[in-house]
Design a protein around this ligand. Sequence first.
Ligand SMILES: Cc1cc2nc3c(=O)[nH]c(=O)nc-3n(C[C@H](O)[C@H](O)[C@H](O)COP(=O)(O)O)c2cc1C
Length: 166
Amino acid sequence: MVIVYQSNTGFTREYAQMLAKAEKLKCYEQGEGPQPLAGEEVFYMGPLMAGHITGLDQAMKRYAVKGICGVGMSPPGEQVLGTMAKTNYTNNLPVFYLQGGWAPKKVGWLKRRMVGMVTRSTRKALQEKGSRRTPEEERALSFLVRGGSYVAYENLALIQNWLRQQ
Ligand SMILES: Cc1cc2nc3c(=O)[nH]c(=O)nc-3n(C[C@H](O)[C@H](O)[C@H](O)COP(=O)(O)O)c2cc1C
């Protein structure tokens, strides 16, 4: 098994390289530099964009994808996993989710505006809550405004367990 990833702002790259190092697997960036041979067994990792795992379709066409990981900015949970499975062609393969980060300064204006819509609705909902808003909600809003990273080695545990059983 090898790791293939795509990354726009670097969070998926960080996870892919961390995982490759820990599990002693080769790691390739899709479309950049040397590529694995077609048909090779691959664990694919890509950033989420409006629910879609970037680059997954291309990877599914070229490789024997054995497992999939979406990297997004939402907190992990059943909801994200369900949406990912519904929105993407995952062919019933194991799907994982990692919380990456948000880097507003590294994306173009259109993408910043798309996330900006989420930020505005979050801010509005919090304003309506007034003093009943929780510190966690405040942190979530500040993350959307300023950006930040949730990349952590510990988050990889589930994927590492799965990889070791392959
Ligand atoms: C236009 C746009 C749409 C996004 N849609 C989602 C989404 O649906 N779900 C999510 O969790 N994160 C979403 N994100 C956040 C990215 O997935 C997140 O920043 C991710 O860590 C980026 O990974 P990368 O640094 O490898 O590109 C979106 C970001 C942008 C710019």
